[in-house]
Write a protein that binds this ligand. Sequence first.
Ligand code: AMP
Ligand code: GLY
Length: 424
Amino acid sequence: MRILLLGSGGREHALAWKISQSPLCTQLFIAPGNAGTLLLGTNCPIGVTDFEAIAALCVAEQIDMVVVGPEEPLVKGIREFLTAYDGLGSLKIIGPGKEGAQLEGSKAFAKAFMERHAIPTARYKEFSASNYEEGVAYLQQHPLPIVLKADGLAAGKGVLICETLSEALQGFEAMIREARFGEAGKKVVVEQFLRGIEISVFVLTDGKQYVLLPEAKDYKRIGEGDRGLNTGGMGAVSPVPFVDAALWKKIEERVVVPTINGLQQDGIPYCGFVFIGFMIVAGEPFVIEYNCRMGDPETEVVIPRLTSDLVALLDAAASGTLSQTGLQIDPRTACTVVAVSGGYPEEYQKGHPIAGLDQQQDALIFHMGTARKDGQVVTSGGRVLAVTSFATSIAEAAAKSQRVQQQIQFKDKYWRTDIGYEFS
Ligand code: AMP
Ligand code: GLY
């Protein structure tokens, strides 16, 4: 099979690493890719939302399967575009259509979906300019903290956790009246704050059958001890020690099955990944978000734990023949530690040479924001690389990844030294 993978982050490097190991993959293209994916296939300098160029590449290279890494092309309708393109009628596409991608693309859509299908989630109400005053009154009587979510895609920045009423009122005004999160963000979901532990669960589905990949826990804050600004993710572990069979059963029965059935009942075909973000509150699972793709850096721990052939699974999803029997998981613990450019998630510099990459044999190094320039690997993003290690415990896996991070250098490098701390 000739496969095109879209994206350029650590998630895509991990997917490319796994896809390229499959005997079913005869050739792999990555668009646009990074300095890591370059070693596993052919990087093509095409942006993930340049649908016309992607379609032309699929035709020219006789691509059999497109795997869509990030959410943006899905929300913008890449599936519909490619399916309708002359000569691409039989192309297999991993990633939902525009409607299914609304699970991530619209918080209001996702909340209404969960309500309709009785999927446990935080209580909420939806507001926009048309019921602004009602929204203000709602905020005034609501217990604190309270959560405000701008409706559209906001790269993780459209969520405000407000500790005070004035913060909530200001955020509400900024979203609706000042459109600070864009036009789509003028619709706001106001929801109950849930106190608990977050975990991520990944489902690969063909819209009817599904397989469950291992769960992961992501470390979103920039600072040690989970302090400071939110990031795309500074590290991840899988499995998560407190997720036992009883919790897994609740997750599957109360959320995964109703989600897949709900898509079917609503007449929404769905082929691809569903990433379900959970808050576990006193042992009970609540959904805080859906994403229509894999997570990053969660993919860097989940995919290395998959011992089955990923391409066979993706092919089964595309052909509607998925079954849990095809899934084998490495029982060991994986821990990934992300190195970022100094300043991230705010201003940072790019283009610094990275040293020490070649000597690392004891870990998997996934590039997140790198490029090749004048024969050298340089930084080209906020999150630069993720180091994944395996061990029998989180403490040991984390220590291994830490040791490897110490041997990789670039100017102003920063990473958290406490990934997995609460389980060590
Ligand atoms: P989301 O983009 O919906 O995942 O929200 C971003 C982050 O905000 C989540 O990863 C949580 O840490 C936090 N969050 C979102 N919704 C809630 C909620 N209802 N209660 C507590 N924290 C939340
Ligand atoms: N690590 C969180 C995400 O990919 O959305």
